[in-house]
Design a protein around this ligand. Structure first.
Ligand code: FA5
Length: 354
């Protein structure tokens, strides 16, 4: 600093000198990197014996007595500035002792848990690929349904005993968590005219006690084909082709007569239990029967076609509803569907494609 050490006679020069000191301090403070250089800077400016501020206070004597109070204020202003800046530098540099004690660099690192696509979703995508290749398109429908779409349009009048198998949570008298994906059949047929060839995967809900093959929330995949001259042979051929492709030919299936209010005739499809191969009478999955049902299906009831203004004299169709989780159980050879929803990453990760 040019003016340092020179005797001063007026307040103007003194003010200039203070500004020079401030500037020099600012430049020096930027270079402070550790506790040692911080202490050196502190001593340089604030040391009681030879710090710059001490020198400035001493120089007050060289000023006219009337200028001294103003000059004193200027030095104190600089002192405050320097002290504040030193404090903030100190905070930045000094690692709290508490932290030094807590950081143990010898500890092993923490594992990061990466997620993985859910096996039921992966399986659903596999199913979708097969149907897309057969010329089907994918449709969507709401999980909260009206009584009309979930039941009435599908030929379940109020109080029909078949409703008992599909008990669910009601939001109002008319709104409910859908019990199957079949309402999407109605929504699709209201929007599109034949030829129709669609699938709809989605969540469904039922009042069910969970066990190895039943869940209160599970996924279904609905299929619907409506066109001229569609017969039960098309239904059977499509489902057989689909299941053989899905299970890479290694599966035995059987069609069993069944009843659904919205299809006539109706059939359920069973596959041979891949868990016990029909050999374990105590099998928790098939109950020793050797077969387990994976889907319901049938020819679309003419009354359902009428409900959506499609002429049953001209058109016919078939529909099916596959339990995705339940079928995944056999494809993956797992013994209990509840594993899918236990959120155990060790289980979930096994199915991710490498
Ligand atoms: C139905 O839900 C009909 N909507 C299927 C249908 C569609 C028939 C179109 C005709 C035409 P069902 O209740 O049987 O049917 O269920 C179909 C499939 O869903 C079952 O075969 C099974 O694979 C699966 N499923 C049923 N209940 C459960 C449950 N609690 N947990 C897991 N999967 C289930």
């Amino acid at each position: 600093m040019k003016t340092k050490g020179k005797a001063l006679s007026n307040i103007k020069d003194f003010k200039l000198k203070i500004e020079e000191y401030k500037e020099a301090f600012k430049n020096a403070s930027v270079k402070v990197k550790d506790e040692k250089s911080l202490q050196e800077l502190r001593n340089l400016y604030l040391s009681r014996k030879k710090g710059y501020l001490r020198v400035l206070f001493d120089e007050l004597k060289t000023l006219k007595p009337t200028d001294r109070p103003k000059a004193g204020q200027l030095i104190n202003g600089l002192k405050n500035y320097i002290q504040k800046r030193l404090q903030s530098l100190e905070k930045r540099i000094k690692v709290p002792k508490r932290l030094i004690r807590e950081i143990d660099l010898t500890l092993p690192g923490r594992n990061r848990y990466w997620g993985a696509p859910h096996p039921v979703l992966l399986f659903q995508e596999e199913i979708e690929r097969i149907f897309l290749a057969m010329g089907f398109s994918i449709e969507d429908g709401p999980e909260i349904e009206t009584d009309y779409y979930n039941f009435e349009a599908l030929n379940f009048p109020p109080h029909h005993p078949a409703r008992d198998d599909w008990d669910t949570l009601y939001i109002t008298d008319d709104l409910l968590l859908r019990t199957h994906t079949s309402p999407v059949q109605i929504r699709v047929m209201e929007k599109q005219k034949p030829p129709i060839r669609v699938i709809n995967p989605g969540k469904v809900f039922r009042k069910e006690a969970p066990d190895p093959t039943h869940l209160p929330m599970f996924f279904q995949l609905e299929g619907l084909v409506v066109d001229k001259d569609i017969t039960f042979a098309h239904l059977k051929g499509t489902l057989e082709f689909f299941l053989r492709t899905l299970f890479l030919e290694k599966i035995n299936i059987r069609f069993r007569p069944a009843f659904f209010p919205f299809t006539e005739p109706s059939a359920e499809v069973d596959i041979e239990c891949t868990v016990c191969g029909g050999k374990n009478r105590e099998c928790r999955v098939c109950g020793g029967e050797g077969w387990i049902e994976i889907l319901g299906s049938g020819m679309v009831d003419p009354q359902v076609l009428k409900n959506v203004n499609i002429d049953p004299e001209q058109y016919s169709g078939f529909a099916f509803g596959l339990g995705i989780d339940r079928t995944a159980l056999f494809a993956y050879e797992i013994q209990d569907m509840r594993y899918f929803y236990e959120n155990d990453l060790r289980f979930i990760r096994q199915f991710a494609q490498k």
